[in-house]
Design a protein around this ligand. Structure first.
Ligand code: AMP
Ligand code: ZN
Length: 117
């Protein structure tokens, strides 16, 4: 069921503390932790604690939590002292999504080209 934990989901396991992560922030409905394969000096993932497969499914099923994820991207940037940062939601395998639990990438600490690759 939408929002329920998925047994085989890596990020549900991080939420449940069953696999370790470097958590930088937590709210009632979200967790933010460092990406294990950082693409910038700051690379943090902000996820809802509830399982939704991507950002749009989260927005449809739990809009207040989707808004909290967005608020938390800014909170991470402020905590990391980033003046500029990029928030990315990869959606679909062709766009690079590899984990099917909604997550915002927060990237910063270096120049970020536009358009991205
Ligand atoms: P995406 O490719 O957009 O689905 O993003 C998934 C991200 O999760 C990638 O940037 C991975 O480096 C990251 N990742 C995978 N496993 C872990 C983990 N155990 N802890 C932290 N980040 C992870
Ligand atoms: Zn999950």
């Amino acid at each position: 069921m939408a929002g329920e934990p998925h047994e085989d989901c890596l990020f549900c396991k991080i939420v449940e503390g069953r696999i370790p992560a470097t958590i930088v922030r937590e709210t009632e409905t979200t967790v933010a932790f460092r990406d294990i394969n950082p693409q910038a000096p700051t690379h943090v993932l902000v996820i809802p604690k509830a399982h939704y497969q991507d950002a749009a499914a989260l927005a449809a099923g739990a809009p207040e939590t989707a808004a909290e994820v967005l608020r938390e991207t800014r909170a991470v940037a402020e905590q990391e002292r980033l003046d500029s940062y990029r928030t990315i939601f990869n959606t679909g395998a062709g766009a690079g999504q590899t984990v099917w639990h909604a997550h915002a990438h927060v990237l910063g600490g270096r120049g970020l080209e536009w358009p991205p690759g």
